[in-house]
Structure formats: C-alpha cells, structure tokens
Design a binder for this molecule. Sequence first.
Ligand SMILES: Cc1cc2nc3c(=O)[nH]c(=O)nc-3n(C[C@H](O)[C@H](O)[C@H](O)COP(=O)(O)O)c2cc1C
Length: 181
Amino acid sequence: MILYINCCVREESRTARLAQAYLEKLGKEYKEVYLPDENIQPMDRQRVNQRMELAGKGDFDDEMFRYARDFVEADEIVIAAPYWDLSFPSLLKIYIENIYAVGLVCRYTDEGEAVGLCKAERLTYITTAGGQYVPDYSYGYLKSLAMDFFGIKSTRLIKAEMLDIVGYDAEAIVQKAIDEM
Ligand SMILES: Cc1cc2nc3c(=O)[nH]c(=O)nc-3n(C[C@H](O)[C@H](O)[C@H](O)COP(=O)(O)O)c2cc1C
C-alpha cells in the first residue's frame, strides 16, 4: 500500500498538483490522509501519558495509534507539503508527533541506538516554494527521521521553487518538475 500524506492546505495548491502527477505516474492504488481535514491533535500532557502507558504494555491497538499503524505498514510513503517558514505547515509536525510511537515505528537497543520498524522501501517528499528552497528543516529533517529512526531505506525529493518570484513563470516551473519526474 502507498500511503499519501497530504499536507497541502490551499485549495489551489501547486504542491498537491505535483503530488497528484507523481501518484499517477506510480499508477498504483494509494491511501490518502488529508491532514487539513483530520482532527489530529498535538501530543498534550494527557495524550503523552496515555501513549506512554499503552506503549509500556505493548498495546498499540488504541485509536491513538491508527496513523502510526498505517505508516508502519505502508510499502511506500509520499508526503506533500508546501514550503512554509523555512519548513512545512505545523499540521505535518503534529502528524509526526502522532506517528512517532516507540515500540511501533522504531525501538531502541540497550546502547540507545534506534532500530527502525517501518516496512516502506522509500519515502518521497514533494514540495513547492515561493522562493529558493532550502531543505534543512523540511526534507532534511524527514530524511533523518525516515532513514536513521524509522528504517526506511531511501528518500527522495521532488520540488518546484521560485514560484512566487516576479518574472518567473510558475506554471512552466511546475510543469517542468512534472515532466522530469
Ligand atoms: C504561511 C506561508 C509561509 C511561507 N513561507 C515561505 C518561506 O519561508 N519561503 C518561501 O520561499 N516561500 C514561502 N511561502 C510561499 C510558498 O512556499 C509557495 O507559495 C508554495 O508554492 C505554496 O505551495 P502551494 O501552492 O502548494 O500552497 C510561504 C507561504 C505561506 C502561505
């Protein structure tokens, strides 16, 4: 199963268009999680305590782990999110908080090393930026999580940038990114 995590907030999102083109090229069925429509909550005190208690018992059947369960089982992960404030919309961070359940997406050895438990071979991150795209706090962060903690074997970035700069043809840049996929 391909898991498509869609964090494209705007209705006319160019990032979502890129992602749609990519999914069509893959030509497989996918399960979409459209984050703006999910009532996904940050990990507040009560939820952290609940998660620690359940994880301590190895009980991951609870509703609160449903995003994490899908993430672990996916063969491929596709994340689409626009470049916001050098990073991505906070909704995606909330999603990450919700899936990062130790014992489910990864475990730790006695030496403190993370061992990833996710099945996906690849995570593809798709983004568009108004200006120049700097990957450090978005793709770079997700790449570290995926490869160093979740056990996902490879990651790749698909991007279109300079879309809001006067004099640049945003439509042509997006189309070029689609053609080059
Ligand atoms: C809240 C917000 C923050 C943004 N921050 C940045 C930024 O830090 N750097 C940048 O180059 N563009 C920034 N932009 C512009 C978007 O990256 C750009 O318009 C992008 O293509 C939006 O993707 P979308 O069409 O999928 O919504 C920002 C836009 C919004 C709405």
